[in-house]
Write a protein that binds this ligand. Structure first.
Ligand code: SF4
Length: 238
């Protein structure tokens, strides 16, 4: 069995609790959503890549000598090869982060080898316009809107993985209302599991994220930087 991979690279983790940790990244290509601001369109709007077997991927990971793996996408949870890939990465001693939008759950995931479940629920700011030129058939506005948030799936993921983070991409203060509504529908989280990350592919200008800092201070949430953007800019393979 092989899986479509859009990129494989070694870098530092730029987001979340493990920011700064040297990591091996594998980006599975394909997604069940179409975020308007998606920063990896080559794994969602136009999935591209090369097919690899799980054995090949694990060998590549092993050769890096790194101890942290980040399985990202696209949406890794839609790939049936995911459990095998994670089990094999764990068998060579790697710590595994899975980065997901949290819209897909399978009973198999309860035994998924995952040390940090990094969930990024998609807010209304992610929905593409009905006349988005990347979507000539005009189907993705409705599909994305119907799929982007599933509180049942989010709660099952939270219940299934002891270490997790909930990263919300925020574009404006109005997003805080939706975040509170999502959190009201969830159980088992502590405020420090919740992270707010400014939308964009450039380092925010000084002062532009003050409202996010205030929201974190008021609620015990965490500010989530994109260190890879600060260090490398908006480039693939970083
Ligand atoms: S869920 Fe992630 S990969 Fe999929 S469209 Fe949204 S940002 Fe892109």
């Amino acid at each position: 069995m092989s899986v479509l991979v859009s990129e494989i690279f070694s870098s530092i983790q730029g987001e979340g609790k493990l920011t700064g940790v040297p990591s091996w990244f594998v980006r599975l290509s394909g997604c069940n959503l179409r975020c308007t601001w998606c920063d990896t369109p080559y794994a969602s709007w136009n999935p591209e890549g090369t097919k690899y077997t799980v054995a090949d991927l694990v060998q590549i990971a092993k050769e890096t000598g790194l101890s942290h793996a980040v399985v990202t996408g696209g949406e890794p949870m839609i790939f049936k090869e995911l459990p095998e890939l994670c089990a094999e990465l764990r068998s060579i001693g790697m710590h595994i982060t899975i980065e997901t939008a949290g819209t897909v759950f399978s009973e198999n995931w309860q035994s998924l080898a995952c040390d940090l479940m990094s969930i990024s629920p998609k807010l209304a700011n992610s929905t593409p316009a009905k006349d988005d030129t990347r979507d000539p058939l005009g189907v993705w506005h409705d599909k994305h809107e119907a799929r982007r948030l599933d509180l049942g799936v989010l709660n099952r993921l939270i219940a299934s993985f002891a270490d997790r983070q909930l990263k919300f991409v925020v574009a404006g203060e109005q997003d805080l209302v939706e975040i509170r509504s999502v959190l009201d529908g969830m159980s088992g989280l502590v405020p420090s599991d919740v992270m707010l990350m400014p939308e964009g592919t450039q380092t925010p200008s000084p002062g532009s994220t003050d409202w996010i800092v205030r929201a974190c201070l008021d609620n015990g949430w965490r500010y989530c930087n994109r260190l890879h953007i600060d260090l490398f800019g908006d480039r693939r393979g970083t």
